[in-house]
Design a protein around this ligand. Structure first.
Ligand code: PMP
Length: 406
């Protein structure tokens, strides 16, 4: 399909509005993405026409909702190229998926003095669950360092892998820096020592073609809302061999086969990990979002977003006094920067008043900002519905900030 930006923008109703009398420029896509009409319509159709609880009912609507839900699972399996549909576990999002693995994999496979390896640039969701697990099990959290560009130092990573390492948990793309980590090489090195790898895919699934079989990752986690789908739904992909061995995470309905007061037996995959009523509408919305992205073409999206990133980087570099945080060779769709000594929050307020939505602060990645010895940045993050004109509007807003603060 031809990549027609004007037509694409028409698919996103929220982008048509004005903020403070100016057309909205939405550059906070790493926090959450906007939803195309087809996703909104899918969710709305579910509640208008199909709403029923799934898996247990014998009536027409329940069967219909169950069928749509399981078709969606297969569609999502295909999108990330997982081997089996029962390796797709529906969760609330990336945070929930990582917590599931930390709790369940942790219970089964982590003991005293074991090591879990993460990197400096992780989001808090890929730090805190491991930290808590390590405290509980008296295991050790080890951290892969980065260089001044915001790239992991591969040699040190290799040296950190040892017989005590029981898991590597690393982000595919950093939300604070935009760095694309060499996860395929990381996975391959870890596997040589039989160490499984969890990939935090929250920021890669919207921008890169993700093929879990090709990556050979053992777990891959993502959130629907960062990939043009509703909030409150996400996925944990896990290899069958691990999921089969891992104990249930939460318990209650859906995840059981048989319950007596003496003993409960658990359901098979994927239901063993899906206790309680799931977000059916959200799952259908996620499946619709992937259909929509396929229609636009994932290669088209990557090419266009790279063009946007290059344009934004070149144009922002022309402004005196900007300091860029995260200048890795391989990056996608995120530019983090500081304007002289101006506090990011003050800059953010003025930029907002110009109708441009960006994010300021620590981006839930405090350790990496500590590493750069700064409290926060201004972050512009792009999606394929953004345009070069919008980047020009961001630049105008930055120039206004500089003018106001001298
Ligand atoms: N990891 C990364 C890299 C992220 O960017 C985010 C969201 N900012 C998360 C994890 C957490 O995602 P969620 O809040 O949707 O669970």
């Amino acid at each position: 399909m031809e990549f027609d930006i004007n037509k694409i923008r028409q698919d996103f109703p929220i982008l048509q509005q004005k903020i403070y009398g100016k057309p909205l420029v939405y550059l906070d896509n790493a926090a959450t993405t906007q939803k195309p009409k087809v996703v909104i319509d899918t969710v709305s159709k579910y509640y208008y026409e199909e709403n029923a609880n799934i898996h247990r009912g014998v009536h027409y609507l329940s069967n219909k909702a169950t069928e749509s839900f399981e078709i969606a699972r297969k569609n999502i399996q295909k999108y990330i190229n997982a081997e089996n549909s029962h390796e797709i576990i529906f969760t609330k999002g990336t945070t929930d998926s990582i917590n599931l693995v930390a709790s369940s994999f942790g219970k089964k496979f982590i003991s005293k003095d074991d090591e879990i390896l993460i990197s400096v640039m992780e989001h808090h969701s890929n730090i805190v669950p491991w930290q808590i697990l390590c405290e509980e099990k008296k295991a050790k959290l080890r951290v892969i360092p980065i260089n001044e560009k915001g790239e992991i130092i591969f040699d040190v990573f290799e040296k950190l892998l040892n017989e005590k390492t029981k898991l590597v948990a690393i982000t595919h793309v950093s939300n604070a820096l935009g760095t694309i980590n060499p996860v395929k090489e990381i996975i391959s090195k870890a596997h040589k020592k039989n160490i499984p790898v969890l990939i935090d895919g929250a920021q890669s699934i919207p921008h890169l073609k993700v093929d879990v079989k090709e990556l050979d990752c053992d777990f891959y986690c993502f959130s629907g809302h960062k990939v043009y789908a509703p909030m409150g739904v996400g996925v944990l992909y896990g290899k069958e061999k691990f999921l089969e061995e891992m104990p249930p995470y939460q318990s209650g309905g859906e995840m059981i086969k048989n319950v007596t007061f003496e003993k409960t037996t658990f359901n098979e995959l994927p239901f063993k990990f899906e206790a309680g009523t799931p977000n059916v509408g959200g799952v259908l919305g996620l499946s619709a979002a992937f259909d929509y992205l396929n229609k636009i073409g994932r290669e088209n999206i990557e090419v266009y977003e790279n063009e946007l990133l290059n344009y934004a980087t070149e144009e922002l570099q022309k402004i005196n006094g900007l300091r860029f945080i995260g200048t890795a060779k391989h990056k996608t769709s995120v530019i983090s920067f500081l304007i002289g000594d101006i506090h990011p929050y003050d800059a953010g307020i003025i930029i907002d008043k110009m109708g441009v939505a960006i994010r300021t602060g620590h981006h839930c990645a405090q350790p990496v900002l500590d590493w750069f010895k700064i409290p926060g940045t201004i972050r512009a993050s792009f999606a394929f519905y953004n345009t070069k004109d919008e980047i020009d509007r961001l630049i105008e807003a930055i120039l206004q900030v500089i003018k106001m603060f001298g």
